[in-house]
Ligand binder design. Sequence first.
Ligand SMILES: [Zn+2]
Length: 403
Amino acid sequence: MGLFSNKNPEPKELDLDTLCKSHPIVDTHNDFPYLLRSQLHNEISNNPTFDFNHTTAHTDLTRLKKGKVGVQFFSCYIECKNPDKFYQDFNIPNSAVRDTMEQIDVTERLCKQYNLAMVHSSEDAWKRFKEGKFVVTMGVEGLHQIDMSLGVLRLYFQLGVRYITLTHNCDNPFATAASSVAGGLEDKGLTSFGAECVKEMNRLGMMVDLAHVSLKTMHDALDISRSPVMFSHSSAYALCEHGRNVPDDVLLKLKKNNGVICINFFPIFLKKEGEVTIDDAVDHMVYVINLIGWDHVGFGSDFDGIPSGPKGLEDVSKYPDFIKKVAAKTNGSNADLAKMMGGNVMRVWRDNELMAAKLKHEPACDENWDKREWAFHKFVKMFPEIFAGSMDAKQNTYSEYSV
Ligand SMILES: [Zn+2]
């Protein structure tokens, strides 16, 4: 006994307060702005019934502080708009772009109103975090939100969106969603237009998010992305067989890509039966760490995009409990824990920026979806032609219009 008594000293009590001062807890998926939309129609200025310091949701500033959260990616989520459950006609006009812009606007206004630091770069995120600010940036949850247009993708980037999920629970002209495959549709993966879009995201420095996508889309995107990708809110398929979760072979590919998976706390993605607790979420984290190491994990809670979190992990104040449990189960060093807490996400963000800097001489991709319908008034046929036949070169249709 005496022989080994010095070999395994009691692990030092984890000093999370000190660790969190120099290393941010980062969460890549919180849907609070969608609550502002669905419940307040985004009317948050001078609204006596709304106070972000204290809410009855999963998220408010008091509990974010208690949870020691440093950087929050707020999701500017808008639902798939097509009345068809499987959303196969991508030419039906819809309001997804307007509605997404409103979510970007309300997130920005929330930050102004409560003196939060909205940032557009990882460097700025670090800087503002070190100044003691609560840092906010944005993600968009599905390419249906760019409505077929790479021009819209570029403008979202300009407005500060830093990741886009390739699909939500519907297909789009770029990729197949996990839910479509679960519904019996073919898994077509990334389309060729989707491959162009991934390349364009790399060029911009917009992180490619593979949460919600089909298995083939995961593989296709990992095969071509020039930058590390993320799963902004997904868990481990080996522990809970759900199409939203990530199987081992994809996790191994993610390690090669140097990307990150941010564990989702939605109970139905953690365990099929019985009461779901914080320990189940911790199990997913530890499983992925054991499979691919400490360099590829993070938090993607899905708070306020789910009805309720697991027992013990009910809201944004609970990250410290989670971290302590992971520390106890793994004996991870402070450096390991700091990576899981947010260091990995910050690195992936930075790597995407560095790749964009490298690609800055590449021209923008102005390719259009080849099945896109273009409708104009007949009047435009009287305008000068750029070249003979250019009026009818594409799928243009012309309707009657009197001047
Ligand atoms: Zn989601």
